[in-house]
Design a protein around this ligand. Sequence first.
Ligand SMILES: *Cc1c(COP(=O)(O)O)cnc(C)c1O
Length: 470
Amino acid sequence: MSKRNINEDGTTVIFGSKEMREPAPSEFIPQHKTPAQIAYQIVKDETFPQTQPRLNLATFVTTYMDDYGTRLMNEAVGINYIDETEYPRVAVMCGRCINMVANMWNTPEPGEWKTGAVGIGSSEACMLGGVAAWLRWRDRRKAAGKPFDKPNLVMSTAYQVVWEKFCQLWQIEMRTVPITHKHPTLNIEEALNMCDENTICIVPIAGVTWTGMNDDIEGLNDALEEYNSRTGYDIPIHVDAASGGFILPFLNPEKKWDFRLKWVLSISTSGHKYGLVYPGLGWVIWRDKSYLPGDMSFSVNYLGASITQVGLNFSRPAAQILAQYYNFIHLGMDGYREIHSNSMTIAKHCHEAIGKMKCFRNYSAELENPLFIWHLDPEYEKTANWTLFDLQDKLMQQGWMVPAYTMPKDIEEMVVMRIVVRQGMSRDMADMLLGDIADSVAELEKLEYPTPTRIAAQKAEKCKGKVFTH
Ligand SMILES: *Cc1c(COP(=O)(O)O)cnc(C)c1O
């Protein structure tokens, strides 16, 4: 290769370079060097045609942070959280965040430091909560001289995929209570019917991914109180509050779903969802340290001091912890409430507008969280030449990501569409979206022939001999 003093002489012609007219490396690390400006442009442009993150209404995860939060994260991008000896103040900030989250959820634990752990997201936090429940159950079984080889866990079919991973990886039997149109949230009676002496915990969800609804956690707690005293079992609750954990304390502080309930022993949440931090950050809190089995803490001595650590990962970014601590200080309880209640107002505005369109029907009448699902009106659908999947494609052309998907097992014949409203979505943007939905529907209504997804749906309908939506 000829010698190129690209960095020094300032004559780099990025789009005149050979790299720009050749395929990007995809199999082998290139033998030769590529100037930084050109390599940067190649990498940058890989994501250039993607949609704007704030127009992605499919994700629950933060797509907007203010300049100071972003700056703190950028400045901390090289910090490894695990190097607590080098960065002891990061560990202190993490402990303070755990305290604040625990107190936000009404922990009864006394003392200066509450019991919890940081995770890379709710997934890691759920795993840690699940493992703790499994080990506590196993220890009790061992102490009682009973077999401990068949643990199970009970939750609804509207679980997030992490619970399938948890059960598969730790070989725990997953018992799921069907979500039905009659029982769109966890059916408590059915859940208790599935429990036995081998149940490590029940996992209700605050902010169900599929529907945006909340399981009735207080009702479950009351039913468990009766069930446990009748059977002599000690089946506890782990709340998967991935989004609800940062919504309920601000929008519905009176509602009891957290450590105010006796059988709630652990709660997990995503700091990177309604905690308003860029990914990845999760938190898990235990009712007090007696519920965090000692086997889950590992000590290492090679970082300059003896460090105790709870987590699946070892190295992890510290920037998210700084950002969470910044948000807590900067926003305060008031700021979080204002942002989330704006999201709620905007979600309700969209919900109402969509409910008024003759082709649609909302899944639930009320919103519990700033997100909702809707489906095609069953009557309208009979003669429609399109499906919500076609609408998803149309909206994608305008830059919006509004997902259409089938509901969980047992009601999987229903196709729904979902909008998650987060910080970064204004009323004006919502009105633009609603305008684009109306325009897209008007175009779809002009179709003279059914779309491929409609034909596929009709075929499936004929095979099953039942109506597509219900
Ligand atoms: C998002 C979500 C998860 C997984 O969380 P991550 O932070 O993406 O790992 C788990 N449970 C529920 C209910 C969720 O909404």
